[in-house]
Structures are given as structure tokens and as C-alpha cells.
Design a protein around this ligand. Sequence first.
Ligand SMILES: [Zn+2]
Length: 284
Amino acid sequence: MTYCDAHNHLAAPALAPHVSAILPALTAAGVTHCVVNGTEEADWPTVAALAASVPAHHPALHLTPSYGLHPWDTGNRSPAWLETLRHYLVADPRAAVGEIGLDRWMLDRARPDDPRLAGLRRAPLDEQRDLFQTQLALAVALDRPATIHCIDAFGLLLETLQAGPLPPRGFLLHAYSGSVELVAPFAALGAYFSFNGAYLAPRHARLRALYQTIPLERLLIETDAPAMLAPAAHAPFALAAAPALNHPANLAATYAALATLCEVPLATLTAQVAANYRRLFLGA
Ligand SMILES: [Zn+2]
């Protein structure tokens, strides 16, 4: 089997002590492709370093670097952020744009002391939308796919995307959690939707039903590692020193669970997702 992780964060500081053990584990688990997302200016150099070193040391793993300013990090950007982002994208023609997007949860529902948001200025939605459109325009100008994060802002996201222009190759709505009704209008604009193993938790029955409606030719699968840990039964890999983090080799278990959920043979799902991944991220 060849598994493709449409969205992870191998360059996250929390994974730095573990990356040298994770990379061979991915190959052993059959993971052949992954998109490594940067979320802020501070992690873009780490994404670039991984993209430079993995081909020589782990030739069985095809890594697509992705650079972007995540909505959580929008408020803390430096004045040079756009110039720096353009530099990383132009320097590597394989690179995608992401993770970018819109997040109303951070403003309306997140607890004031949520440790994941500590030290961040929570940018209002207008500012997030501005930055999102700027980065989307960069993806269009450079003909790169884009990876989009959206929580609690799907109406605004659809409106923003409909205003265009959009990346010709399409875009990924990572860990999509919007309504069933919005799948068709997003798909018409070129959306792919990636299923996350965390959606296998009992409380996410709505999301499992949602993913049963997504056209197979627009379906991708992701870990978002080190975030979004799946329930224990679907997370056979753990980082001994950091058990709360999601090991990206858990991807294979998510494929198996999704094949059962969608009533598709695992080999069929794997081949279809690989074709979708190649079309979106590799332009092939
Ligand atoms: Zn992410």
C-alpha cells in the first residue's frame, strides 16, 4: 500500500526531537507522500530544511513543502512576511501555499487561556480575510495549490472563494467540518476535502456521515500531526516521550477506518486518494 498524508506539520517545534525517528517509521508504515505545512514565519525555514534533506536520506518518502500564514498566526506577522513567503515559494517550484484560511472559533469560542493560542494576537475576521486573499492571490500568480484551514466561517469562506481568482489546480479544505450542503458548491470551485483520523471519535458522527457524501475523486486523507490525535483504537503509533502528540504513521489506520466507513475496498480507496493527491499537489 502507498499512503499519502495530505496535511501534516512535521516542521512543528513539538516534533523536532522526534523527526529523526518519525521519518523511517513513515516509510515502514507505507507512507509514500506527505505535504508538510508551515504556519508562521518561524517554521518556514524548518519546512525548507526538511524538503532539502528528506530526498537524500529518505528516498521512499516524497515530501511536498507548503508555506503559509495560518489564521492563528496572522496577528503576529512581521512587516516582511509577504516578501519572505514569496521567497520560499519562488525558491522551490514543488512548494504549495498553506496553511492559510479563516477561523472564527478563535474569536468566538476559544477559551481566553487556551494554551495553543498563548501569546498570539487574535486577528479579527476582516484582517484574516485580507491576509487569506493575499496568499490565495500568490498561489494563483505562481500556479500552486493551496491548503485552507476553516473553522466556523464556511459561509464567509465560500463567498471569498467565489469572488476568485482561484488556483487552477484546486485547493484543499483540510479536515473539512462544514455542512453537507456546502460540499457541492466548494467542489464546483475546485475543492478537495481531507478526512482526519480524529473524526473517528464517537462524538464526530456528523462528520463521518458528511465524509460518506464526498465524491471519491475529491477525497484526501490527513493526519494534521502532531495535532488531532485519533482515538486509541485508530492510533497504533505513539511518541513514547510525548503520548499526547499524533504520530503521522497513524495515517494507515485512518485509511483502513475510512475504507470501512465509505464501504470501499482499501486498495480502491488507496489508489483513488493517490490519484487525487497527485492531481492536486504534484500536478500529475
Ligand atoms: Zn494543520
